[in-house]
Design a protein around this ligand. Structure first.
Ligand code: G3P
Length: 272
């Protein structure tokens, strides 16, 4: 499974690439806002184009997703083309397009996201279809030619809990097999957990040999990373905090201390 870093913070991105574990970067408007706010404190004249160029350079050809902020069909298409043009020399920009840019049921723009993905695909501009909450959304995005579909695992777990008036602890483990209330498994239209959503997307896209890759997103703990890998997600995008947790185990620390205590000096002399 490829690991992307879900961040627009250049310090975090640089570190993840230095560790040699990052295969790509995903950003969204909220992550960009957080990063720009932080970096503007150090440099209030921050040049956003240079900043993004630096991120693309660090990623060295690996995919970097930049999201559109427009919500109309023409607006998204124009902005996607502009983003592509601005940064195309790096050859690694993927345009993030929402699966459905409508704000409410009565809007008439529900299919504008996949229409834009289809048009960008024809222009050979790569896309990452975001805000996926159902396998059928993933199927339509794949049919439109998206390179990646991003099911939001953590947010589905939040939604199932909120809809059932349960307390939401965003980073706590949510069981893959779902939560029970009054002997019933809670679900959102047959999706029992965020990882179940990821698995259903993987199953459907594999079944029909789509080239589209599943990019598990909105992951908030290391167990979800493991579970994403177990269900065959092609990619998992992870906040820096989650990446940092992945190598930690109390017994690893303890083992290190004990092995270090037992060092035979001659062995060190021989091998150093
Ligand atoms: O990858 C999408 C992600 O940035 C959203 O994460 O934790 O806000 O649901 P979260």
């Amino acid at each position: 499974m490829k690991i992307f870093i879900d961040s627009a913070d250049i310090d975090e991105i640089k570190q993840a690439y230095e560790w040699g574990i990052a295969d790509g970067v995903t950003t969204n408007p909220s992550l960009l806002k957080k990063a720009v706010t932080k970096h503007k404190k150090k440099n209030k004249n921050l040049n956003l184009k240079n900043y993004i160029n630096q991120i693309l350079k660090i990623a060295k050809g690996s995919p970097v997703s930049l999201e559109v902020t427009e919500t109309s069909k023409t607006g998204m298409l124009k902005q996607a083309k502009n983003i592509h043009k601005l940064f195309k020399s790096h050859k690694n920009v993927y345009i993030k397009i929402p699966i459905n840019p409508a704000f409410k049921e009565s809007d008439t723009t529900h299919f504008d996201g996949i229409t834009v993905i289809k048009q960008l695909t024809k222009l050979k501009i790569k896309t990452n279809c975001t805000l996926i909450f159902t396998p059928e959304q993933a199927l339509l995005a794949a049919k439109a030619g998206a390179s990646f579909v991003s099911p939001f695992a953590g947010r589905i777990d939040d939604f199932i809990r909120v809809s059932n008036k349960l307390k939401v602890d965003k980073t706590a483990h949510y069981p893959v097999w779902g939560m029970q209330k009054k002997d019933k498994t809670l679900h959102d239209n047959g999706i029992v957990s965020g990882i179940d959503l990821v698995e259903q997307c993987v199953t459907i896209l594999k079944h029909y040999n789509f080239k589209t890759q599943v990019l598990a997103a909105s992951l908030r703990n290391t167990r979800q990373v493991r579970e994403s890998a177990m269900v065959g997600s092609d990619i998992a995008t992870l906040p820096f905090t989650v990446i940092k947790e992945m190598l930690k185990h109390q017994k690893t620390y303890e083992g290190m201390k004990n092995f270090t205590k037992d060092i035979v000096p001659e062995y060190v002399k021989l091998t150093k």
